[in-house]
Design a protein around this ligand. Structure first.
Ligand SMILES: C[S@@+](CC[C@H](N)C(=O)[O-])C[C@H]1O[C@@H](n2cnc3c(N)ncnc32)[C@H](O)[C@@H]1O
Length: 233
C-alpha cells in the first residue's frame, strides 16, 4: 500500500540529496555543538519500540536512553542510508519517506524526529503517519527548527528560504511545526524553545496519541511531561 502511495505522489520520490548528505557528515559535530544537549534530553525519554524518522547520519542513536528498545531507522536518502548501514549495521533500516511508511498501525511506542520536518515534502501527511504508526498513548518526540514568529526575522527567513532550500537538501526555514501539530491527530503535551535563533529557532517537545480502552473509547490523554506512561491497551 505504501509503495502505491509513493508511486501516486511524484513529489515523494525525489528525496535523494547526495551532495547535502556528504556535506552533513562533515558538519555533524557543529550540529551537535548547537543541539546535542537538547537531543540527549529529548531522546532520553524514548521508551519501548522506537522509530527514528529521517535518521540522517544517526546522531539520534547514541542519544537514546536505556528505555528505548527495538530501534528502527527510517531514512529515504540513499547516501544517508549508506552511512547508517555502516555505523549501525545491527539496526533495522527502512528507506521509504515518512509520508508513506510501510509500518503497521500502532506498531511503535515512540517516534523521534530531529531536524527532519523542515525537509519533508508534506508535513501534514508525515504527522498523520506518525499518529498512525504510534500505539494509542504512544509518544512523538520532536526537536525541530521552525518559522520565527518575529516579524523581521520571519521576513528574513522567507527571503532566504528559496536559496536555503536548494543548498540544504530541501530544508525549509519557515515550517510552522506547532501549527502543524495543532492541526494533526497528535496532542502536543509540551513544547519548549531550545534556541531563539534568528534564522533557525529550535523547539523540542512531546505529542501523544489518545489512549483507548478495550472498548475503543478515549480514556486518557497524557497532559504533562511528568505523567505516568499509559500502559499498552
Ligand atoms: C538535516 S537532516 C537531519 C538528520 C538527523 N535527524 C539529525 O538530527 O542529524 C534531515 C534528514 O531528513 C531526511 N528526510 C528528508 N525528507 C524526508 C522524508 N520525506 N521522510 C523522512 N526523512 C526525510 C533527510 O534525508 C535527512 O536525513
Amino acid at each position: 500500500m505504501a509503495d502505491s502511495r509513493v508511486d501516486a505522489a511524484p513529489h515523494l520520490r525525489t528525496v535523494d540529496h547526495p551532495w547535502f548528505s556528504r556535506w552533513y557528515v562533515r558538519t555533524e559535530h557543529a550540529v551537535e555543538r548547537a543541539v546535542g544537549d537538547a537531543r540527549r534530553a529529548q531522546n532520553a525519554q524514548a521508551v519501548g519500540r522506537t522509530l527514528i524518522i529521517g535518521a540522517g547520519t544517526g546522531l539520534d542513536v547514541p542519544a537514546l536512553g536505556p528505555g528505548a528498545t527495538n530501534v528502527v531507522l527510517l531514512e529515504p536518502d540513499a547516501t544517508m542510508r549508506g552511512i547508517l548501514a555502516q555505523r549501525y549495521p545491527t539496526l533495522p533500516l527502512v528507506g521509504e519517506p515518512a509520508e508513506a511508511m510501510r509500518l503497521d498501525p500502532g506498531s511503535m511506542d515512540t517516534v523521534i524526529s530531529s531536524l527532519v520536518l523542515c525537509s519533508v515534502s508534506d508535513l501534514r501527511q508525515v504527522l498523520d503517519e506518525i499518529a498512525r504508526v504510534l500505539r494509542p498513548g504512544g509518544q512523538y518526540l520532536f526537536l525541530e527548527h521552525v518559522a520565527n514568529p518575529r516579524r523581521l526575522a520571519g521576513a528574513v527567513q522567507r527571503a532566504a528560504d528559496p536559496l536555503w532550500r536548494r543548498m540544504g537538501g530541501g530544508c525549509h526555514l519557515t515550517r510552522d511545526v506547532v501549527l502543524g501539530l495543532a492541526e494533526s491527530p497528535l496532542r502536543p503535551d509540551w513544547v519548549e524553545l531550545v534556541h531563539p535563533g534568528g534564522l533557525l529557532p529550535v523547539i523540542r517537545g512531546r505529542a501523544t496519541t489518545p489512549a483507548i480502552d478495550a472498548g475503543n473509547t478515549v480514556v486518557a490523554i497524557r497532559g504533562s511531561r511528568n505523567q505516568e506512561e499509559v500502559p499498552h491497551p
